[in-house]
Write a protein that binds this ligand. Structure first.
Ligand code: DAH
Length: 335
């Protein structure tokens, strides 16, 4: 009996199926009601009881094998048919496009910024998004009544009227990471600190209530304002090309003296305007005092740049909100 089953198996295996006719012949030979597989099952009556289970199993395997050969041959035959074109087929019709993923413009801008500063000898540090009052404000030389501490700008997670030192805020800038770094590390320090920041501000085409900054800090003996400006101009040229239109103008920040801002010319739908991309300056001695760095020995420069605006300019996006809405049609444009 087992020999019969085996030889049927071989017959199924060696049957050639290369056409619809052969497929039908196969079906009649093995799978039809009078086919060899059904005939095989009719032999079950002759099998002694103690072998019925084993034989049944072997027969079922043969039946499955025949069905599988039939199915796969049928599938490959229909595949063959699909590539034969008839006179009515228009092979110039466009195919349905297949989209692959791509990097978000913010990720791309951030990577470019990091690459530029790594090349200039900076390393990368980071810090928490939930900050205390000391790191976000006090150590950065914000007076207790400074307007930036006001509800207008800051998302407070915890606010204490009696003891403002206990305040917890969503960091309003990446500058507190400078403080953490200087407390932990002795100069020389040359680091950038990328991260997300939060401001309780009106949403417009240019600002959002959350955005990304890259902070920079260089502390050593004899660091100068000239080196700061040179570094920033170098950055602008590496980011936007050597013919970038930029300007550097005086500004004010509590934690730097003197302070400045850098603008890049923004060619937008309205014909163009200056867009501020970063604030910077020489680290204020009061900041050094707050973190126990000797301000007689060391000087330093710092900057904080807005990654979102840098991305707008870099990729010709005209509304910052686009970066957070994740509209797939927009993202597909950034390949
Ligand atoms: N923290 C400032 C802001 O968010 C940006 C900034 C300005 C950072 C000057 C700096 C700096 O490190 O030196 O607007």
């Amino acid at each position: 009996m087992i020999e019969k089953i085996d030889s049927l198996k071989q017959e199924i295996d060696s049957f050639t199926i290369n056409s619809e006719e052969e497929l039908e012949a196969f079906r009649l030979e093995f799978l039809s009601r009078n086919g060899k597989v059904q005939d095989m099952f009719k032999l079950m009556g002759q099998v002694p009881n103690d072998q019925k289970a084993a034989m049944g199993k072997a027969m079922n395997e043969v039946k499955n094998l025949a069905q599988e050969r039939f199915d796969s041959a049928k599938e490959s035959l229909s595949g063959k048919e699909a590539v034969t074109f008839g006179a009515a087929d228009d092979i110039s019709l466009p195919v349905t496009p297949k989209y692959t993923g791509s990097l978000h413009p913010l990720t791309r801008a951030l990577r470019e910024i990091k690459q530029i500063f790594l090349r200039l000898g900076f390393n990368i540090a980071d810090g928490p998004e939930l900050e205390d009052d000391f790191h976000n404000f006090t150590a950065l030389n914000f007076p207790p009544d400074h307007p930036a501490r006001d509800m207008q700008d800051t998302f407070f997670v915890k606010r204490s009227e009696e003891n403002p030192d206990e305040n917890l805020v969503m960091r309003t800038h990446t500058s507190p990471v400078q403080i953490r770094l200087m407390k932990d590390t002795q100069p020389p320090i040359r680091s950038i600190m990328p991260g997300r920041v939060y401001r309780n501000e009106a949403v417009t085409a240019k600002s959002y209530f959350q955005f990304n900054q890259v902070e920079g800090l260089y502390v050593d003996e004899n660091v100068t304002l000239g080196e700061l400006i040179e570094t920033l101009v170098m950055f602008a040229k590496l980011m936007y090309g050597s013919d970038v239109k930029y300007r550097v103008r005086p500004s004010f920040f509590p934690f730097t003296e003197p302070s400045l801002e850098m603008d890049i010319w923004w060619n937008n739908e309205k014909g163009g305007q200056w867009l501020e991309i970063l604030g910077a300056g020489m680290v204020d001695p009061n900041v050094f005092d707050a973190v126990d760095v000797d301000s007689e020995t060391y000087t330093g420069f710092a900057f904080g740049m807005g990654v979102d605006r840098i991305a707008l300019l870099r990729y010709g996006i005209d509304d910052i909100r686009t970066l957070y809405e994740n509209d797939i049609r927009v993202l597909r444009q950034f390949k």
